[in-house]
Design a protein around this ligand. Structure first.
Ligand SMILES: Nc1ncnc2c1ncn2[C@@H]1O[C@H](COP(=O)(O)OP(=O)(O)OP(=O)(O)O)[C@@H](O)[C@H]1O
Ligand SMILES: [Mg+2]
Length: 508
């Protein structure tokens, strides 16, 4: 058989439809993926990307239509058969066994013996995989001790260990650093050179244009078009996704608070564990303060120390002018703080409860006083928020566990906004949300600051931090290394974060 060529079809779907209750998740989708291509799949939150990926991977069954893998129609498709045929899905929701080690997770389901000690063959195999990936993960570290970004790497290694010929990667880079994402793109190219097909679902359109051979745009469960990326532009893709021309413009920020205003929140020389080293900062009412730093720089840990998730070893945290006593997330919420955490599935949502309860959960006391009437007011408030954020489906009683990734993020957002907190911490607020929702979230951040809330904004998207914040602290290795004003260029910030030209500055 000749080596796989771009013309050979690895996977094809024809007339694929899938309905969940009242949602038509896929509507007669016909599409083919060539052997040895990296094929981008883009579309708004809820467009059906993950559903399509899961169907190819045997996780969902179509209502109608067919799937062909390497020219053979599949029957009674399930994950086991899909894996045997070389199809692996790296899902948006990570799927690892927390108590097992990295290597055990990588070889999970491949080798029965992995539940004990890894045998020498696997140790060797792991070393080879590690050489390809260069992730630097220790084989025997328990997965639960890893950050989300590292857990994602474990999933990627697992797919490689399974010798997949078709790999669906559903938003694999959403929690990776720029370096790590570049590495993953390299791996994709390497996979392509071996004839592996990569179906790459992502909201990063630049990444699609740079790394994919072709791209398919989906909207409302339908394919809008498939084209060679060489013929596409970012704005063209956005327009196809939204069905209208659109720009993600950063909204006007509210006027900065007067410098004399008393801070809502203050950290004085705070040390916490090894990740927060002598941090002092203050946020005033109506002010948006950004934290810019590379992933792993300690941004999230600063937020966690502030919110009472982690112990403070020394230094002081003050809220509304007074030192805070007992510290825990619960105590912080009752003081009027709120935090939208980075790991929305692990920390943010109660997936077994409907939308409405997820949104109102932290506020039950506020609403519960007057019984039925209050409950009605509460539902109305939730409905207004989910409409404003464009949560789909826009149902107060929606089943959050089956929402698309981006829509879960919006529900989480609604949950904290409902409480009108005095101080709001946002850690990666737009991760995984589409361009349309991004604009809405930006507007909400600005609105909430304009209403007097003090906001601490953490984001890996530097444009977002400098475009929304009144001032930005640069974070490196757990310490604040400087402050820059609004609209400082992203280039300058990156240079300082990477310490470019540091020595000369230090000596002068
Ligand atoms: N198991 C399910 N039960 C009910 N509805 C579902 C289920 N899975 C998906 N849906 C719905 O189908 C639609 C498509 O969802 P899907 O997860 O495929 O979107 P997506 O394009 O991956 O979005 P995102 O960018 O937010 O991840 C959404 O409206 C979603 O709520
Ligand atoms: Mg998805």
């Amino acid at each position: 058989m000749p080596a796989a060529t771009r013309e050979a079809v690895a996977a094809a779907v024809r007339g694929l439809s899938k309905r969940f209750g009242s949602t038509q998740a896929l509507d007669s989708v016909t599409l083919s993926f060539a052997a040895g291509e990296v094929h981008g799949l883009v579309g708004e939150n809820g467009a059906g990307k993950s559903t399509l990926g899961k169907m190819i991977g045997g996780l969902y069954h179509p209502d109608s239509g067919e799937i062909e893998i390497f020219g053979s129609p599949v029957r009674r498709w399930d994950t086991k058969r899909a894996q045997d045929a070389g199809v692996v899905v790296i899902a948006q929701e990570l799927c690892l066994v927390p108590a097992l080690s990295v290597a055990q997770n990588v070889f999970l389901g491949r080798e029965r013996s992995t539940f004990g000690v890894l045998h020498p063959g696997l140790v060797q195999r792991y070393a080879e995989l590690e050489q390809v990936c260069g992730f630097g993960l220790p084989a025997d570290a328990p997965v639960e001790s890893l950050s989300i970004a590292d857990q994602q790497k474990v999933e990627i290694m697992r797919a490689l260990a399974r010798d997949a010929r078709i790999i669906v990667m559903d938003e694999p880079t959403s929690s990776l650093t720029a370096d790590e994402a570049a590495r993953l793109h390299e791996i994709m190219r390497w996979l392509r050179s071996r004839g592996t097909t990569v179906i790459y679902v992502t909201h990063f359109l630049e990444d699609v244009l740079e790394n994919c051979d072709r791209v398919t745009v989906m909207r409302d469960g339908r394919v809008i078009r498939t084209s060679e990326t060489a013929t596409e532009t970012k704005s063209g893709l956005v327009e196809a996704m939204l069905g209208e021309p659109a720009d993600v413009l950063l909204p006007e920020r509210p006027p900065p608070p007067s410098p004399e205003a008393d801070p809502v929140v203050e950290m004085r020389e705070v040390w916490s564990g090894t990740a927060v080293r002598g941090v002092s900062l203050a946020v005033r009412p109506g002010e948006i303060v950004g934290l810019a730093g590379l992933v792993g720089s300690g941004r999230t840990e600063i937020a966690r120390a502030l919110f009472g998730c982690d112990r403070v070893d020394s230094g002081e945290i003050r809220f509304c002018g007074r030192p805070v006593g007992a510290r825990s997330p619960r105590a912080s919420i009752s003081r009027g703080m709120a935090m939208i955490p980075e790991d929305r599935r692990g920390q943010g949502l109660v997936l077994l409860r409907p939308t409405f309860e997820n949104v109102t959960l932290p506020h039950l006391r506020g609403f519960s006083r007057a019984g039925v009437l209050a409950r009605r007011a509460e539902r109305a408030a939730v409905k207004e928020l989910i409409d404003r954020l464009g949560v789909r489906p826009a149902q107060v009683d929606g089943d959050v566990s089956v929402y698309s990734g981006g829509n879960q993020q919006k529900v989480l957002f609604a949950k904290w906004l409902l409480g009108r907190p005095e101080f709001l911490i946002l850690d990666e607020p737009t991760r995984g949300v589409d361009v349309g929702a991004k604009a809405k979230i930006y507007q909400l951040i600005v609105d909430i600051a304009a209403s007097g809330t003090a906001v601490l904004l953490i984001s890996s998207e530097l444009e977002e931090v400098v475009g929304l914040s009144h001032r930005v602290h640069l974070v490196r290795q757990g310490a604040l290394i400087g402050e820059v004003p609004a609209d400082t260029s992203v280039d300058e910030i990156l240079q300082r974060l990477f310490g470019v030209g540091e020595e000369s500055r230090g000596e002068s």
